[in-house]
Design a protein around this ligand. Structure first.
Ligand code: GTP
Ligand code: MG
Length: 193
């Protein structure tokens, strides 16, 4: 994908604040700190377009990143972060659920999981949730720079088995550090928008 224009368009906590152009959207989902914001930066080849942090729980609103005046990548707050309060977690839940279940321009979701370990209970719940709503899904196992090459097959089978991936959904190994998998993730996004 050739990047011509980039805009951090807006942050939203509820439907009234979503963008109104009707551009297609792809949402990034995954546990706090798994690397959602980093994946966006890798895809658009910028270091600090989407905010990243070593402190989990940094992204707290739905952030709409507009690309080429054609579509949005939507950075969603990470789930499963212990330090946000119960009340805050419930609010996140409602916000994410509202977005995923009602948003017309949403064309697909990317669920990020940590390639170093099997998907967690939270990952499984999120995958089952989006499957139930028939959202087209790409599962990205990230931080693969931390996994030895001869273990990559293990990651593939662990993710496939733990999530019980539907045949229509794809799995891609990825690293924001080495950019491995970048072209394939773009290819999937282009096929959805
Ligand atoms: P929240 O916004 O809290 O939900 O986190 P996030 O999913 O957006 O994670 P973020 O992109 O901020 O990355 C979290 C940490 O993981 C940062 O320290 C990143 O540098 C690191 N990280 C992200 N992707 C990779 C990767 O592919 N490889 C390695 N080694 N580190 C990564
Ligand atoms: Mg983030």
């Amino acid at each position: 994908m050739q990047i011509k224009t980039l805009k951090m368009d807006l942050s939203a906590v509820s439907a009234t604040q979503y963008p109104t152009e009707g551009y297609p959207e792809i949402a990034l989902l995954g546990r706090s700190n798994v690397g959602k914001s980093s994946l966006i930066n890798t895809l658009v080849q910028r270091k600090k377009f989407a905010r990243t942090s070593s402190t989990p729980g940094k992204t707290r609103t739905l952030n709409f990143y507009q690309i080429n005046e054609a579509f949005y990548l939507v950075d969603v707050p990470g789930y499963g972060y212990a330090k946000v309060s119960k009340k805050q977690r419930a609010e996140f839940g409602v916000m994410i659920e509202e977005y995923l279940t009602t948003r017309q321009p949403l064309k697909g979701v990317i669920i990020l999981v940590d390639g170093r370990r099997a998907p967690t209970a939270d990952d499984i719940s999120m995958y089952q949730f989006v499957s139930y709503y028939h959202l087209h899904t790409l599962v990205v196992a990230t931080k693969m720079d931390k996994v030895k090459g001869n273990q990559w097959n293990k990651t593939i089978s662990a993710v496939n088995k733990t999530l019980n991936l539907n045949q229509t959904d794809q799995l891609q190994l990825f690293s924001s550090q080495t950019k491995s998998g970048q072209a394939e993730v773009w290819q999937w996004i282009e096929s959805q928008i």
